[in-house]
Design a protein around this ligand. Structure first.
Ligand SMILES: NC(=O)C1=CN([C@@H]2O[C@H](COP(=O)(O)OP(=O)(O)OC[C@H]3O[C@@H](n4cnc5c(N)ncnc54)[C@H](OP(=O)(O)O)[C@@H]3O)[C@@H](O)[C@H]2O)C=CC1
Ligand SMILES: CC(C)CCC[C@@H](C)[C@H]1CC=C2C3=C(CC[C@@]21C)[C@@]1(C)CC[C@H](O)C(C)(C)[C@@H]1CC3
Length: 418
Protein backbone atom coordinates (compact mmCIF):
# COMPACT_ATOMS: atom_id res chain seq x y z
CA UNK A 1 0.00 0.00 0.00
CA UNK A 2 1.36 3.48 -0.81
CA UNK A 3 0.61 6.41 1.45
CA UNK A 4 -2.18 7.64 -0.81
CA UNK A 5 -3.94 4.28 -1.25
CA UNK A 6 -6.87 3.49 0.98
CA UNK A 7 -6.30 0.71 3.53
CA UNK A 8 -8.38 -2.47 3.42
CA UNK A 9 -9.02 -2.50 7.19
CA UNK A 10 -12.69 -3.29 7.98
CA UNK A 11 -14.74 -0.17 8.80
CA UNK A 12 -15.62 0.37 12.46
CA UNK A 13 -18.37 2.34 14.26
CA UNK A 14 -20.86 1.63 11.45
CA UNK A 15 -18.65 3.19 8.75
CA UNK A 16 -19.12 6.78 7.43
CA UNK A 17 -22.80 6.92 8.44
CA UNK A 18 -22.06 5.73 11.95
CA UNK A 19 -19.27 8.24 12.47
CA UNK A 20 -21.43 11.06 11.01
CA UNK A 21 -23.98 10.27 13.72
CA UNK A 22 -21.26 10.12 16.40
CA UNK A 23 -19.84 13.50 15.34
CA UNK A 24 -23.18 15.02 16.37
CA UNK A 25 -24.22 12.62 19.12
CA UNK A 26 -21.05 12.77 21.22
CA UNK A 27 -20.98 16.58 21.72
CA UNK A 28 -24.80 16.61 22.04
CA UNK A 29 -24.65 13.96 24.79
CA UNK A 30 -21.96 15.88 26.63
CA UNK A 31 -24.04 19.10 26.62
CA UNK A 32 -27.15 17.15 27.59
CA UNK A 33 -25.33 15.74 30.64
CA UNK A 34 -23.97 19.15 31.65
CA UNK A 35 -27.46 20.66 31.46
CA UNK A 36 -29.23 17.70 33.09
CA UNK A 37 -26.84 17.70 36.08
CA UNK A 38 -27.79 21.27 36.99
CA UNK A 39 -31.52 20.91 36.24
CA UNK A 40 -34.04 20.14 39.00
CA UNK A 41 -35.29 16.74 37.76
CA UNK A 42 -31.76 15.66 36.60
CA UNK A 43 -33.19 13.15 34.11
CA UNK A 44 -30.83 11.17 31.93
CA UNK A 45 -33.51 10.00 29.53
CA UNK A 46 -35.48 13.20 28.97
CA UNK A 47 -34.97 16.07 26.58
CA UNK A 48 -33.38 19.13 28.24
CA UNK A 49 -35.94 21.60 29.61
CA UNK A 50 -34.35 24.35 27.46
CA UNK A 51 -31.64 24.75 24.87
CA UNK A 52 -28.91 27.23 25.84
CA UNK A 53 -28.47 30.20 23.50
CA UNK A 54 -25.15 31.06 21.90
CA UNK A 55 -24.59 33.80 24.52
CA UNK A 56 -24.64 31.10 27.22
CA UNK A 57 -22.26 28.84 25.32
CA UNK A 58 -19.76 31.20 23.77
CA UNK A 59 -17.35 33.14 25.92
CA UNK A 60 -13.94 34.39 24.76
CA UNK A 61 -12.84 34.19 28.43
CA UNK A 62 -13.63 30.47 28.51
CA UNK A 63 -11.58 29.98 25.33
CA UNK A 64 -8.73 31.99 26.84
CA UNK A 65 -8.90 29.96 30.06
CA UNK A 66 -8.79 26.72 28.06
CA UNK A 67 -5.70 27.91 26.14
CA UNK A 68 -3.97 29.02 29.34
CA UNK A 69 -4.67 25.53 30.76
CA UNK A 70 -3.31 23.85 27.61
CA UNK A 71 -0.25 26.13 27.68
CA UNK A 72 0.43 25.24 31.33
CA UNK A 73 0.17 21.51 30.60
CA UNK A 74 2.44 21.83 27.53
CA UNK A 75 5.02 23.67 29.66
CA UNK A 76 4.88 20.95 32.35
CA UNK A 77 5.19 18.23 29.67
CA UNK A 78 8.34 19.91 28.35
CA UNK A 79 10.04 20.02 31.77
CA UNK A 80 12.94 17.57 32.25
CA UNK A 81 11.53 14.07 32.84
CA UNK A 82 12.71 11.52 35.43
CA UNK A 83 12.76 8.96 32.64
CA UNK A 84 12.36 8.77 28.86
CA UNK A 85 10.57 5.57 27.78
CA UNK A 86 10.60 3.86 24.40
CA UNK A 87 7.33 2.90 22.74
CA UNK A 88 6.65 -0.37 20.92
CA UNK A 89 8.35 -1.03 17.59
CA UNK A 90 6.67 0.78 14.67
CA UNK A 91 6.12 -0.40 11.07
CA UNK A 92 9.46 1.09 10.00
CA UNK A 93 11.17 -0.73 12.92
CA UNK A 94 11.84 2.53 14.77
CA UNK A 95 10.69 3.30 18.32
CA UNK A 96 9.44 6.67 19.56
CA UNK A 97 10.61 8.15 22.85
CA UNK A 98 8.20 9.55 25.46
CA UNK A 99 8.89 11.66 28.57
CA UNK A 100 7.62 10.10 31.81
CA UNK A 101 6.73 13.15 33.90
CA UNK A 102 2.93 13.03 34.13
CA UNK A 103 2.76 12.54 37.89
CA UNK A 104 5.19 15.43 38.30
CA UNK A 105 2.82 17.53 36.14
CA UNK A 106 -0.12 16.61 38.42
CA UNK A 107 1.80 17.56 41.58
CA UNK A 108 3.12 20.82 40.08
CA UNK A 109 -0.39 21.74 38.84
CA UNK A 110 -1.73 21.08 42.37
CA UNK A 111 0.99 23.27 43.89
CA UNK A 112 0.30 26.08 41.40
CA UNK A 113 -3.46 25.82 42.05
CA UNK A 114 -2.88 25.84 45.81
CA UNK A 115 -0.74 28.95 45.43
CA UNK A 116 -3.35 30.52 43.15
CA UNK A 117 -6.22 29.82 45.55
CA UNK A 118 -4.20 31.22 48.49
CA UNK A 119 -3.81 34.52 46.62
CA UNK A 120 -7.47 34.65 45.66
CA UNK A 121 -7.85 32.56 42.46
CA UNK A 122 -11.62 31.89 42.40
CA UNK A 123 -11.50 28.13 41.68
CA UNK A 124 -15.04 27.82 43.09
CA UNK A 125 -16.26 29.93 40.14
CA UNK A 126 -15.28 27.17 37.67
CA UNK A 127 -18.56 25.19 37.95
CA UNK A 128 -20.42 28.26 36.63
CA UNK A 129 -18.17 28.26 33.55
CA UNK A 130 -18.46 24.58 32.62
CA UNK A 131 -20.90 25.17 29.75
CA UNK A 132 -18.81 27.80 27.88
CA UNK A 133 -15.62 25.88 28.68
CA UNK A 134 -17.07 22.69 27.20
CA UNK A 135 -18.15 24.68 24.14
CA UNK A 136 -14.68 26.22 23.67
CA UNK A 137 -13.08 22.79 24.08
CA UNK A 138 -15.45 21.19 21.56
CA UNK A 139 -14.78 23.94 19.01
CA UNK A 140 -11.03 23.55 19.52
CA UNK A 141 -11.35 19.75 19.14
CA UNK A 142 -13.03 20.12 15.73
CA UNK A 143 -10.39 22.59 14.49
CA UNK A 144 -7.47 20.63 15.93
CA UNK A 145 -8.76 17.38 14.35
CA UNK A 146 -9.00 19.15 10.97
CA UNK A 147 -5.39 20.32 11.30
CA UNK A 148 -4.31 16.78 12.21
CA UNK A 149 -6.18 15.44 9.17
CA UNK A 150 -4.39 17.95 6.92
CA UNK A 151 -1.03 17.13 8.50
CA UNK A 152 -1.58 13.42 7.78
CA UNK A 153 -2.04 14.17 4.07
CA UNK A 154 1.70 14.74 3.79
CA UNK A 155 2.78 12.02 6.24
CA UNK A 156 4.68 8.96 4.92
CA UNK A 157 2.78 5.66 4.61
CA UNK A 158 4.70 4.19 7.53
CA UNK A 159 3.27 6.90 9.82
CA UNK A 160 -0.38 6.10 9.09
CA UNK A 161 -2.71 4.20 11.45
CA UNK A 162 -4.14 0.88 10.25
CA UNK A 163 -7.75 2.01 10.71
CA UNK A 164 -8.12 5.66 9.71
CA UNK A 165 -7.20 5.48 6.03
CA UNK A 166 -10.33 4.26 4.33
CA UNK A 167 -10.35 7.03 1.71
CA UNK A 168 -13.62 8.44 3.12
CA UNK A 169 -12.70 11.86 4.51
CA UNK A 170 -15.32 12.00 7.26
CA UNK A 171 -14.53 8.51 8.51
CA UNK A 172 -10.79 9.19 8.47
CA UNK A 173 -11.29 12.57 10.17
CA UNK A 174 -13.14 10.76 13.00
CA UNK A 175 -10.79 7.80 13.44
CA UNK A 176 -7.56 9.67 12.76
CA UNK A 177 -5.17 9.07 9.87
CA UNK A 178 -1.78 9.45 11.50
CA UNK A 179 -0.79 7.06 14.29
CA UNK A 180 1.60 9.27 16.25
CA UNK A 181 1.39 12.87 15.00
CA UNK A 182 4.31 14.87 16.37
CA UNK A 183 5.86 18.31 16.11
CA UNK A 184 9.55 17.62 16.66
CA UNK A 185 9.57 15.38 19.70
CA UNK A 186 6.21 16.69 21.01
CA UNK A 187 3.71 13.82 20.71
CA UNK A 188 0.15 15.19 20.41
CA UNK A 189 -1.70 11.94 21.15
CA UNK A 190 0.37 10.91 24.16
CA UNK A 191 0.13 14.47 25.57
CA UNK A 192 -3.64 14.73 25.10
CA UNK A 193 -4.41 11.23 26.40
CA UNK A 194 -2.90 11.85 29.84
CA UNK A 195 -2.54 15.57 30.54
CA UNK A 196 -5.05 18.38 29.86
CA UNK A 197 -8.26 16.35 30.09
CA UNK A 198 -7.31 13.87 32.78
CA UNK A 199 -5.71 16.48 35.07
CA UNK A 200 -8.50 18.93 34.16
CA UNK A 201 -11.08 16.39 35.38
CA UNK A 202 -9.46 16.33 38.86
CA UNK A 203 -9.52 20.13 39.12
CA UNK A 204 -13.12 20.40 37.90
CA UNK A 205 -14.03 17.91 40.65
CA UNK A 206 -12.08 19.95 43.18
CA UNK A 207 -13.80 23.17 42.07
CA UNK A 208 -17.19 21.46 42.52
CA UNK A 209 -16.14 20.37 46.01
CA UNK A 210 -15.06 23.93 46.90
CA UNK A 211 -18.29 25.34 45.52
CA UNK A 212 -20.27 22.86 47.63
CA UNK A 213 -18.29 23.92 50.71
CA UNK A 214 -19.14 27.55 49.92
CA UNK A 215 -22.84 26.78 49.45
CA UNK A 216 -23.38 24.36 52.36
CA UNK A 217 -20.59 25.13 54.82
CA UNK A 218 -18.61 21.95 54.11
CA UNK A 219 -18.31 19.34 51.37
CA UNK A 220 -20.55 16.30 51.76
CA UNK A 221 -19.20 12.80 52.43
CA UNK A 222 -20.45 11.73 48.99
CA UNK A 223 -18.49 14.58 47.34
CA UNK A 224 -15.34 13.62 49.28
CA UNK A 225 -15.64 10.00 48.13
CA UNK A 226 -16.17 10.90 44.46
CA UNK A 227 -13.23 13.33 44.55
CA UNK A 228 -10.98 10.86 46.37
CA UNK A 229 -11.81 7.88 44.13
CA UNK A 230 -11.34 9.78 40.90
CA UNK A 231 -8.14 11.46 42.11
CA UNK A 232 -6.79 7.98 42.87
CA UNK A 233 -7.70 6.86 39.32
CA UNK A 234 -5.98 9.84 37.68
CA UNK A 235 -2.99 9.68 40.05
CA UNK A 236 -2.62 5.97 39.23
CA UNK A 237 -2.78 6.63 35.46
CA UNK A 238 0.00 9.22 35.75
CA UNK A 239 2.11 7.21 38.21
CA UNK A 240 2.01 4.24 35.81
CA UNK A 241 2.18 6.54 32.78
CA UNK A 242 4.54 4.26 30.87
CA UNK A 243 1.91 1.52 30.64
CA UNK A 244 -0.28 3.74 28.44
CA UNK A 245 2.31 3.12 25.70
CA UNK A 246 0.92 -0.41 25.22
CA UNK A 247 -2.78 0.57 25.12
CA UNK A 248 -4.85 0.24 21.95
CA UNK A 249 -5.11 4.03 21.65
CA UNK A 250 -1.36 4.50 21.37
CA UNK A 251 -0.38 1.40 19.36
CA UNK A 252 -3.38 1.02 17.06
CA UNK A 253 -5.74 4.01 16.82
CA UNK A 254 -4.98 7.10 14.77
CA UNK A 255 -5.28 10.52 16.39
CA UNK A 256 -8.53 11.93 15.01
CA UNK A 257 -11.70 13.54 16.34
CA UNK A 258 -12.67 10.50 18.44
CA UNK A 259 -9.59 10.68 20.64
CA UNK A 260 -9.08 14.46 20.41
CA UNK A 261 -12.62 15.17 21.58
CA UNK A 262 -12.53 12.16 23.94
CA UNK A 263 -9.32 13.32 25.63
CA UNK A 264 -9.90 17.08 25.71
CA UNK A 265 -13.67 17.43 26.19
CA UNK A 266 -15.42 14.14 26.95
CA UNK A 267 -13.17 13.07 29.83
CA UNK A 268 -13.16 16.30 31.89
CA UNK A 269 -16.79 17.30 31.30
CA UNK A 270 -18.59 13.94 31.41
CA UNK A 271 -16.33 12.00 33.80
CA UNK A 272 -16.93 14.75 36.40
CA UNK A 273 -20.70 14.14 36.13
CA UNK A 274 -21.07 12.57 39.60
CA UNK A 275 -19.48 15.60 41.29
CA UNK A 276 -21.61 17.96 39.13
CA UNK A 277 -24.74 16.04 40.12
CA UNK A 278 -23.83 16.16 43.82
CA UNK A 279 -23.33 19.95 43.77
CA UNK A 280 -26.90 20.52 42.59
CA UNK A 281 -28.52 17.44 44.21
CA UNK A 282 -26.95 16.79 47.63
CA UNK A 283 -27.31 13.17 48.74
CA UNK A 284 -27.24 11.83 52.29
CA UNK A 285 -24.63 9.10 52.80
CA UNK A 286 -24.12 7.26 56.09
CA UNK A 287 -20.76 6.00 57.31
CA UNK A 288 -21.53 2.24 56.98
CA UNK A 289 -22.62 2.68 53.34
CA UNK A 290 -19.58 4.88 52.67
CA UNK A 291 -17.31 2.14 54.05
CA UNK A 292 -19.00 -0.48 51.87
CA UNK A 293 -18.49 1.72 48.79
CA UNK A 294 -14.82 2.21 49.75
CA UNK A 295 -14.46 -1.58 49.97
CA UNK A 296 -15.97 -1.95 46.48
CA UNK A 297 -13.58 0.68 45.12
CA UNK A 298 -10.64 -1.09 46.80
CA UNK A 299 -11.64 -4.45 45.23
CA UNK A 300 -11.99 -2.82 41.79
CA UNK A 301 -8.65 -1.07 42.11
CA UNK A 302 -6.93 -4.25 43.32
CA UNK A 303 -8.11 -6.16 40.22
CA UNK A 304 -7.45 -3.24 37.79
CA UNK A 305 -3.94 -2.53 39.06
CA UNK A 306 -3.03 -6.19 39.58
CA UNK A 307 -4.08 -7.15 36.04
CA UNK A 308 -2.51 -4.14 34.31
CA UNK A 309 0.78 -4.43 36.23
CA UNK A 310 0.98 -8.19 35.67
CA UNK A 311 0.64 -7.79 31.90
CA UNK A 312 3.00 -4.82 31.72
CA UNK A 313 5.68 -6.57 33.78
CA UNK A 314 5.30 -9.72 31.65
CA UNK A 315 5.57 -7.77 28.38
CA UNK A 316 8.62 -5.84 29.61
CA UNK A 317 10.46 -8.76 31.21
CA UNK A 318 8.87 -12.24 31.13
CA UNK A 319 11.53 -13.58 33.49
CA UNK A 320 10.69 -11.08 36.24
CA UNK A 321 10.22 -13.22 39.41
CA UNK A 322 6.65 -11.90 39.91
CA UNK A 323 5.49 -13.36 36.55
CA UNK A 324 8.09 -16.00 35.69
CA UNK A 325 6.04 -18.80 37.29
CA UNK A 326 2.84 -18.05 35.35
CA UNK A 327 1.58 -20.46 32.73
CA UNK A 328 1.75 -19.17 29.13
CA UNK A 329 0.86 -20.11 25.55
CA UNK A 330 3.55 -19.56 22.88
CA UNK A 331 2.53 -17.69 19.70
CA UNK A 332 4.05 -17.63 16.20
CA UNK A 333 5.21 -14.02 16.79
CA UNK A 334 7.61 -15.14 19.51
CA UNK A 335 5.49 -13.40 22.18
CA UNK A 336 3.62 -15.46 24.74
CA UNK A 337 0.12 -15.10 26.18
CA UNK A 338 -0.52 -15.37 29.89
CA UNK A 339 -3.07 -18.05 30.72
CA UNK A 340 -2.84 -18.10 34.51
CA UNK A 341 -2.85 -15.35 37.14
CA UNK A 342 -5.26 -12.47 36.44
CA UNK A 343 -5.24 -13.21 32.69
CA UNK A 344 -6.32 -16.80 33.35
CA UNK A 345 -9.45 -15.68 35.19
CA UNK A 346 -11.06 -13.76 32.29
CA UNK A 347 -9.60 -12.42 29.04
CA UNK A 348 -9.92 -8.76 30.16
CA UNK A 349 -9.50 -8.68 33.96
CA UNK A 350 -8.40 -5.02 33.84
CA UNK A 351 -11.81 -4.08 32.32
CA UNK A 352 -13.56 -5.94 35.15
CA UNK A 353 -11.65 -3.95 37.80
CA UNK A 354 -12.31 -0.70 35.93
CA UNK A 355 -16.06 -1.44 35.79
CA UNK A 356 -16.23 -2.22 39.51
CA UNK A 357 -14.51 1.10 40.22
CA UNK A 358 -16.99 2.87 37.91
CA UNK A 359 -19.85 1.54 40.03
CA UNK A 360 -18.11 2.72 43.21
CA UNK A 361 -17.87 6.25 41.75
CA UNK A 362 -21.62 6.40 41.15
CA UNK A 363 -22.97 4.77 44.32
CA UNK A 364 -22.20 7.81 46.56
CA UNK A 365 -24.84 9.64 44.47
CA UNK A 366 -27.58 7.37 45.85
CA UNK A 367 -30.20 5.45 43.93
CA UNK A 368 -32.80 8.16 43.35
CA UNK A 369 -31.46 9.20 39.89
CA UNK A 370 -30.13 7.34 36.86
CA UNK A 371 -28.02 10.32 35.73
CA UNK A 372 -24.92 9.67 37.89
CA UNK A 373 -24.92 6.08 36.57
CA UNK A 374 -24.37 7.34 33.02
CA UNK A 375 -20.65 6.62 33.38
CA UNK A 376 -21.31 2.97 34.32
CA UNK A 377 -23.62 2.51 31.32
CA UNK A 378 -21.39 4.31 28.83
CA UNK A 379 -18.27 2.58 30.14
CA UNK A 380 -19.85 -0.88 29.90
CA UNK A 381 -20.74 -0.17 26.25
CA UNK A 382 -17.27 1.27 25.55
CA UNK A 383 -15.45 -1.69 27.09
CA UNK A 384 -17.65 -4.33 25.41
CA UNK A 385 -16.99 -2.64 22.06
CA UNK A 386 -13.30 -2.17 22.86
CA UNK A 387 -13.00 -5.79 23.91
CA UNK A 388 -14.46 -6.91 20.56
CA UNK A 389 -12.01 -4.67 18.67
CA UNK A 390 -9.08 -5.97 20.73
CA UNK A 391 -10.08 -9.63 20.24
CA UNK A 392 -10.25 -9.04 16.48
CA UNK A 393 -6.74 -7.55 16.51
CA UNK A 394 -5.37 -10.35 18.72
CA UNK A 395 -6.89 -12.98 16.45
CA UNK A 396 -5.11 -11.36 13.52
CA UNK A 397 -1.83 -11.09 15.46
CA UNK A 398 -1.78 -14.49 17.15
CA UNK A 399 -4.14 -16.70 15.06
CA UNK A 400 -4.41 -20.22 16.50
CA UNK A 401 -2.66 -19.30 19.74
CA UNK A 402 -5.41 -16.76 20.40
CA UNK A 403 -8.08 -19.37 19.65
CA UNK A 404 -6.37 -21.70 22.11
CA UNK A 405 -6.35 -18.89 24.71
CA UNK A 406 -10.08 -18.31 24.17
CA UNK A 407 -10.73 -22.01 24.69
CA UNK A 408 -8.66 -22.08 27.90
CA UNK A 409 -10.14 -18.82 29.23
CA UNK A 410 -13.72 -18.76 27.90
CA UNK A 411 -15.07 -15.65 29.70
CA UNK A 412 -14.29 -12.19 28.41
CA UNK A 413 -14.91 -9.74 31.28
CA UNK A 414 -17.10 -11.23 34.02
CA UNK A 415 -16.35 -14.81 35.15
CA UNK A 416 -19.21 -17.23 34.36
CA UNK A 417 -21.36 -14.39 32.98
CA UNK A 418 -19.74 -12.77 29.92
N1 LIG B 1 -11.57 5.09 31.87
C1 LIG B 1 -11.66 4.99 30.58
O1 LIG B 1 -12.39 5.73 29.94
C2 LIG B 1 -10.98 3.90 29.87
C3 LIG B 1 -10.12 3.05 30.51
N2 LIG B 1 -9.53 2.02 29.84
C4 LIG B 1 -8.60 1.16 30.57
O2 LIG B 1 -7.36 1.21 29.92
C5 LIG B 1 -6.65 0.00 30.17
C6 LIG B 1 -6.01 -0.47 28.89
O3 LIG B 1 -7.00 -0.99 28.03
P1 LIG B 1 -6.78 -1.49 26.52
O4 LIG B 1 -5.74 -0.70 25.85
O5 LIG B 1 -8.13 -1.56 25.90
O6 LIG B 1 -6.35 -2.98 26.62
P2 LIG B 1 -5.37 -3.88 27.45
O7 LIG B 1 -4.45 -3.12 28.33
O8 LIG B 1 -6.19 -4.95 28.07
O9 LIG B 1 -4.46 -4.46 26.31
C7 LIG B 1 -4.90 -5.43 25.40
C8 LIG B 1 -3.65 -6.10 24.86
O10 LIG B 1 -3.05 -6.88 25.89
C9 LIG B 1 -2.35 -7.97 25.31
N3 LIG B 1 -2.91 -9.19 25.88
C10 LIG B 1 -4.20 -9.59 25.86
N4 LIG B 1 -4.36 -10.76 26.50
C11 LIG B 1 -3.12 -11.10 26.95
C12 LIG B 1 -2.63 -12.20 27.69
N5 LIG B 1 -3.40 -13.19 28.08
N6 LIG B 1 -1.31 -12.23 27.98
C13 LIG B 1 -0.50 -11.23 27.58
N7 LIG B 1 -0.91 -10.16 26.87
C14 LIG B 1 -2.21 -10.10 26.56
C15 LIG B 1 -2.61 -7.89 23.82
O11 LIG B 1 -1.60 -7.10 23.22
P3 LIG B 1 -0.08 -7.61 22.96
O12 LIG B 1 -0.14 -9.09 22.98
O13 LIG B 1 0.28 -7.02 21.64
O14 LIG B 1 0.76 -7.08 24.08
C16 LIG B 1 -3.88 -7.07 23.74
O15 LIG B 1 -4.00 -6.40 22.51
C17 LIG B 1 -7.65 -0.97 30.80
O16 LIG B 1 -7.39 -1.08 32.17
C18 LIG B 1 -8.99 -0.32 30.56
O17 LIG B 1 -9.89 -0.66 31.58
C19 LIG B 1 -9.74 1.83 28.52
C20 LIG B 1 -10.59 2.65 27.84
C21 LIG B 1 -11.27 3.75 28.44
C1 LIG C 1 -15.61 10.04 22.88
C2 LIG C 1 -15.81 8.59 22.69
C3 LIG C 1 -16.99 8.08 23.42
C4 LIG C 1 -14.65 7.70 22.92
C5 LIG C 1 -13.51 8.34 23.61
C6 LIG C 1 -12.79 7.36 24.43
C7 LIG C 1 -11.76 8.02 25.32
C8 LIG C 1 -12.44 8.99 26.27
C9 LIG C 1 -11.02 6.92 26.10
C10 LIG C 1 -10.34 5.92 25.16
C11 LIG C 1 -9.31 5.30 25.99
C12 LIG C 1 -9.08 6.07 27.08
C13 LIG C 1 -8.20 5.79 28.16
C14 LIG C 1 -8.21 6.54 29.30
C15 LIG C 1 -9.12 7.72 29.39
C16 LIG C 1 -10.29 7.65 28.44
C17 LIG C 1 -9.87 7.33 27.03
C18 LIG C 1 -9.04 8.46 26.44
C19 LIG C 1 -7.20 6.36 30.41
C20 LIG C 1 -6.15 7.44 30.16
C21 LIG C 1 -7.86 6.56 31.78
C22 LIG C 1 -6.89 6.27 32.92
C23 LIG C 1 -6.44 4.80 32.85
O1 LIG C 1 -5.62 4.46 33.94
C24 LIG C 1 -5.71 4.50 31.54
C25 LIG C 1 -5.44 2.99 31.51
C26 LIG C 1 -4.35 5.17 31.49
C27 LIG C 1 -6.66 4.90 30.38
C28 LIG C 1 -6.13 4.60 28.99
C29 LIG C 1 -7.29 4.59 28.02
Amino acid sequence: MTSREASQAPLEFGGPLGVAALLILLPATMFHLLLAARSGPARLLALPAYLPGLEELWSPWALLLFFIWLGLQVALYLLPARKVAEGLELKDKSRLRYPINGFQALVLTALLMGLGVSVGLPLGALPGMLLPLAFATTLTSFIFSLLLYAKALVAPASALAPGGNSGNSMYDFFLGRELNPRLGSFDFKYFCELRPGLIGWVFINLALLMQEAELRGSPSLAMWLVNGFQLLYVGDALWYEESVLTTMDIIHDGFGFMLVFGDLAWVPFTYSLQAQFLLYHPQPLGLPMALLICLLKAIGYYIFRGANSQKNTFRKNPSDPSVAGLETIPTATGRRLLVSGWWGMVRHPNYLGDLIMALAWSLPCGLSHLLPYFYVLYFTALLVHREARDEQQCLQKYGRAWQEYCKRVPYRIIPYVY
